[in-house]
Design a protein around this ligand. Structure first.
Ligand SMILES: Nc1ncnc2c1ncn2[C@@H]1O[C@H](COP(=O)(O)OP(=O)(O)OP(=O)(O)O)[C@@H](O)[C@H]1O
Ligand SMILES: [Mg+2]
Ligand SMILES: [Zn+2]
Length: 459
């Protein structure tokens, strides 16, 4: 009988210690250490042994690169996220909030893969086969090559993978499966690590593309994805506003492609539909009448520019210290922009609440949004409007200067295509002399931008 000992493992970052600690010294989170029982004996990991026996060091010059086989999902938004389809034998983590639609998009993808003649094994650790069948019927999937396997035990799953030898394996979800090699319960860091390891060895040794679904909660409190991220080849987040129907796929890590890509979908009863022109979607929500505190920016998410409305609300505070609230923008970014507006433009926010909202429920993390945010705040504070036909692009430095941004032409093309007439852009950005799709105003400083964009006074 193996001796058993216990370890305390941080469920956020995987830090291990022999005794309980209230605060994790690694990631600083409180109450995240959980006791996990482990056998005090190296448990034979069959998959790992097989792997070790067959692999030997090879000289770099002797390595021949085989054709990198890409398998298209037939969903162009998804393909773009992956950098042109699934790489055969890769391990992909699809993470998202509970109920956001992870099983739906995965099942839809399975349907497409089967239609292309691939054999797919869908391991359902959370839902029964009949539940999956119901969903498949709702999504209109009736494939011949789709195996559904309700199972939570990793060893059983491994056996079935070997028997069926599919092209694709789906694990829905990694938090619900357990391996006999580890004593702690399903969903713990040790279980997730062990199961992912086994899956990785299967994927690499048998060249089976494996998609692992993982849950994340808002506070990231659950074991899993963070620990998983460095183990897998590709990490894709599935996000969205619970109260709206569109969803976004975002690649956070990709060993085989670009990582700043975003794919946008609309969630309907019959599944997720691709949105190929997201600008229509985001700008449709915009009020047609110009209002103080609104500015349109052009962010560059991956290879595609996105036009987004930023709204600001500035008002006299009734709190001892004024409020700063952001939705879709990092709060420290707002603090910095406010500081620059105070120091370099002379606005005063010491008794003003400031709220920032990015319309459409998307997150804008790009510095090129700075100028738009600043103008939304400035126009709201002065009760004037930004011309609704104008887009605003630029990063703001601490001394109030406007820094150039990347991919400027692509952004301008998109703005012109969406019917905008004027663009305020950084002075240092180079534009071909014959570029005439949109009226361009170059600004060096934040104060120039404010002068350039305010067209009419409203009282
Ligand atoms: N009959 C239906 N008609 C329309 N939409 C539905 C229907 N049933 C479910 N949905 C949508 O699908 C979403 C759930 O999708 P799905 O089960 O794929 O999510 P998930 O991320 O896998 O969730 P979980 O965390 O429970 O595994 C619901 O939030 C809802 O928006
Ligand atoms: Mg699910
Ligand atoms: Zn930790």
């Amino acid at each position: 009988m193996a001796k058993v000992k216990s370890k305390w493992i941080c469920q956020q970052c995987g830090y291990e210690t022999a005794g309980y600690l209230g605060k994790c010294p690694e990631c600083g989170s409180w109450g995240s250490l959980v006791e996990e029982v482990q056998f005090d004996q190296k448990m034979p990991n069959a998959a790992a042994n097989e792997f070790i026996n067959t692999e030997k060091p090879v000289l770099l010059k002797d390595i021949h690169i085989g054709e990198e086989v890409r398998i298209s999902t037939n969903i162009s938004e998804f393909d773009r996220i992956l950098g042109g389809g699934f790489v055969q034998g890769s391990l992909i983590l699809l993470a998202g909030d509970p109920g956001i639609g992870k099983s739906t998009i995965t099942l839809q993808t399975c349907g497409q893969l089967c239609r292309a003649g691939k054999k797919v094994l869908y391991v359902s650790a959370e839902e029964s086969a009949s539940q999956l069948k119901l969903r498949a019927e709702r999504l209109g999937i009736n494939s011949e090559n789709l195996y559904i396997y309700p199972q939570t035990n990793m060893e059983n799953i491994k056996k079935q993978i070997e028997e069926i030898s599919p092209d694709f394996v789906i694990i829905d979800s990694i938090q619900a499966i357990y391996s006999n090699n580890v004593a702690s319960s399903a969903g713990s860091v040790s279980q997730i690590r062990e199961c992912t390891n086994i899956l990785m060895h299967i994927a690499k040794s048998k060249n089976i593309t494996t998609i692992v679904i993982g849950h994340v909660t808002k506070d990231g409190n659950i074991a899993g994805p963070k620990v998983l991220e460095h183990m897998v080849d590709t990490v894709i987040y599935f996000e969205g506003d619970k109260y709206k129907t569109y969803r976004m796929l975002r690649s956070m890590k990709n060993r085989f492609g670009n990582t700043s890509e975003v794919g946008i979908f609309d969630m309907q009863t019959d599944g997720l539909h691709e949105i190929t022109n997201p600008n229509e979607l985001f700008l449709n929500e915009r009020s047609q009448v110009a209002a103080p505190g609104s500015a349109i920016i052009v962010t560059n998410e991956g290879t595609r520019p996105l036009m987004v409305e930023i709204q600001a609300l500035v008002g006299t505070t009734s709190y001892p210290s004024p409020r700063r609230v952001t939705n879709g923008v990092d709060i420290s970014r707002l603090h910095q922009i406010l500081a620059v507006l105070e120091k370099r433009v002379g606005l005063n926010f010491s008794k003003q609440d400031v709220y920032i909202n990015v319309m459409g429920g998307i997150d804008v993390n790009e510095p090129s949004a700075d100028l738009g945010i600043a103008l939304a705040i400035a126009t709201c504070a002065r009760d004037v409007v930004v011309d609704p036909q104008t887009v605003i692009i630029g990063e703001i430095g601490l001394s109030g200067e406007v820094h150039p941004v990347n991919n400027i032409e692509k952004r301008l093309n998109e703005a012109a295509a969406s019917g905008f007439k004027k663009a305020i852009i950084p002075f240092a950005n180079k534009i071909p002399a014959d570029f005439n799709k949109i009226n361009i105003v170059k600004v060096k400083r934040l104060s120039d931008a404010i002068v350039a964009c305010i067209t009419s006074l409203e009282s």
